[in-house]
Write a protein that binds this ligand. Structure first.
Ligand SMILES: Nc1ncnc2c1ncn2[C@@H]1O[C@H](COP(=O)(O)OP(=O)(O)OP(=O)(O)O)[C@@H](O)[C@H]1O
Length: 602
């Protein structure tokens, strides 16, 4: 874990330098200087994350004294990963005094695991986090008990039940019982089935935490003692549970809040997120609200066009002297395989000729759904382009904390041991976080450190079979750590599924350790991801692939779905710095593309 002298002086210099970049922007500077609750609401590329990370560094260095710290909550593991990278550039690593993670992991690691027993959450001492299989079983049993109409409960009820659970935090209200009575019964039965098996699931985590916080003022005080400041990124996408938590922790207990978000980038309504909560927060009198207008990311033409992409007027603009940027349209005939071929045979080579210093790592191809990405990934592979894929069909989920840690360990074996990137101490720190439940004593952490060093040192070979490497790590390091953990069952399944893919006869049997961690290509791989997962990121050149009617928006959308699809289109569009390429079927463009082209024509 991090030593107590952190952040050190050189780190301070890093954030002070970053702060100087905020100074000319009066809004960013006001947020940086804020002393009470502060909410920054602003459009894409306006520096929300930059302001948030610089402010976090300042708070740690100047406001919050050891051993107290700061909790920083964001939407999903991808966003957490992005934040960690940006904080790393300011000399800040998570761990010790800084929590960076999702609302679920905050609830689990900071509230449920330490306090479940004393707060009387009604969980057995050895409760476990349910695997997907266990959740399915609980839903089937609950469905048979209270509905039993012969439908497939996963297909017809899962989403509906999840949304209901997330939007109704209290189980003892008339609204919960009556708004959708059948669903309410199913929720109660499902939660009973889980508890009967000694399990909690993902959605239980914030729900149980909010309930416990509401019931016990001492619990709120305990969280405040550890984290006197709460920082929230992407507030618009965090649902009512987090909002309730913020209301209690910040406005009744006095934890200081620093939150950023953008209602126009709210794209997770289908999971129960509600952008109105952010507006509501900003209207409070005890909150300083800062709005930002400049978009530092996108060229000036792209900033203007982004408002056509959103379909609403905004007063955003690029800073003076910004490049223009260009919007390209590519109507292409044929199926997705053919269109993906066009990207690698024509679009990218042309772009490389126009922008000779463009690196592949600065290019992203975004698509509306992971299965569409398969066509892109296959076309790239067939033409020898290296890619890095971060959607649900990637060969392993990049959002998995364990897999990220393994990637880092692999990088250390390939070149990191020589270059110090990543440092070995970093692997240990992150490993201690992932396996916090098993590594509870100084002695166990030292054993872990020794065993990991021995294993990685003996496996420093880029060309070695990934399968052999994974098996060794699984066997010699992870087996015991998994056994001592109640929360890593899914991570362990993810790893085992990946090990199977790399086994003889598996789809990735040829994969080497070097390929696994991108050795030799470094960051020089084209980024492939869904529009959803592109949130918070930026690239010099963005291709929006599959921008067809029926894909975005989906067929027969209602008004709410159309609005959310439009915001998704806007999120993808605003990832581009210099060039944005709209690729669509020649005879079936999305209505959003048509409107964008018409307005640009005007
Ligand atoms: N004051 C500034 N001066 C120069 N560059 C800046 C400034 N503020 C932000 N930037 C740059 O603008 C880009 C966008 O910043 P950032 O990612 O923080 O924006 P954001 O508001 O979080 O965007 P989004 O909501 O689209 O994810 C980054 O490259 C960042 O370094």
């Amino acid at each position: 874990m991090r030593s107590s002298t952190w952040p050190n002086v050189s780190d301070r210099r890093l954030y002070l330098k970053a702060a100087e970049e905020l100074r000319p922007n009066s809004g960013q500077w006001a947020a940086y200087e804020s002393e009470g609750h502060c909410v920054v609401i602003a459009g894409p590329g306006s520096g929300k994350t930059k302001t948030l990370t610089t402010k976090l560094a300042r708070i740690l260095s100047e406001d919050v004294q050891e051993p107290r710290g700061v909790a920083c909550i964001t939407y999903n593991n991808e966003c957490a990963r992005e934040l960690e990278q940006r904080l790393d550039a300011l000399g800040i690593e998570p761990g010790g005094r800084v929590f960076i993670g999702t609302v679920h992991s905050f609830s689990l690691t900071q509230i449920i695991l330490p306090y479940a027993k004393v707060a009387g959450m009604g969980l057995p001492g050895d409760f476990q986090v349910a695997t997907l299989q266990e959740q399915r079983g609980a839903l089937e049993r609950a469905y048979d008990r209270v509905i039993a109409r012969g439908e497939d409960p996963h297909r017809f009820w899962r989403l509906r039940m999840d949304r209901y659970r997330r939007s109704h935090l209290k189980r003892d209200t008339a609204a919960f019982r009556e708004q959708d009575a059948k669903c309410a019964e199913l929720v109660v039965a499902y939660e009973e089935e889980l508890r009967r098996a000694g399990l909690i699931d993902f959605d239980d985590m914030p729900l149980l935490s909010v309930r416990a916080l509401r019931e016990h003022q001492w619990l709120q005080d305990a969280i405040k003692a550890k984290y006197p400041v709460l920082i929230v990124d992407e507030y618009q996408d965090l649902g009512s549970a987090l909002h309730q938590m913020v209301m209690g922790l910040c406005f009744s207990t006095g934890i200081r809040l620093f939150a950023v978000g953008d209602v126009d980038q709210s794209i997770y309504g289908f999971t129960g997120a509600n952008p109105v909560l952010l507006e509501r927060l900003s209207q409070r009198e005890d909150v300083e609200t800062v709005r930002l207008r400049l978009n530092y990311r996108c060229g000036s033409k792209i900033v203007t066009a982004s408002q056509y992409a959103l379909g609403e007027e905004r007063d955003y603009e690029a800073p003076e002297g910004a490049e223009e940027g260009t919007v390209f349209f590519h109507p292409v005939n044929g199926n997705y395989d053919g269109q993906a071929g066009y990207v690698f045979d024509t679009l990218i080579p042309d772009a490389m000729a126009r922008l000779p210093d463009l690196r592949l790592g600065e290019v992203a191809i975004l698509y509306p759904a992971a299965w569409i990405g398969d066509a892109v990934a296959n076309a790239a592979q067939a033409r020898g382009y290296a890619t890095i894929r971060a959607d649900g069909n990637a060969i392993y989920p990049r959002s998995s904390r364990l897999m990220r840690w393994l990637e880092q360990c692999g990088t250390w074996c390939c070149e990191g041991w020589k270059s110090g990137n990543p440092r070995f101490s970093r692997l240990i720190d992150e490993g201690c976080r992932v396996f916090a439940e098993s590594l509870t004593s100084e002695e166990s952490r030292l054993d872990f450190q020794r065993a990991l060093m021995r294993l990685l040192w003996e496996h420093r070979e880029n060309a070695m079979s990934l399968h052999d490497w994974l098996l060794s790590v699984r066997h010699e390091i992870l087996r015991e750590l998994f056994a001592g953990s109640r929360t890593l069952a899914d991570e362990s399944d993810t790893l085992d599924a990946f090990i199977l893919k790399t086994a003889p006869g598996g789809a990735n049997e040829e994969m080497t350790l070097g390929q696994f961690c991108g050795h030799g290509e470094g960051n020089n791989r084209i980024n492939l991801t869904t529009l959803h997962s592109s949130k918070g990121r930026e690239f010099r050149l963005v291709v929006m692939f599959g921008m067809d009617d029926g894909r975005i928006p989906r067929p027969n959308p209602n008004e709410r779905e159309t609005r959310e699809a439009r915001r998704l289109f806007y999120v993808g569009f605003t990832r581009a710095e210099e060039e944005i390429h709209m690729l669509h079927s020649a005879n079936n463009p999305s209505p959003f593309v048509i409107e964008l082209a018409e307005r640009l024509e005007e």
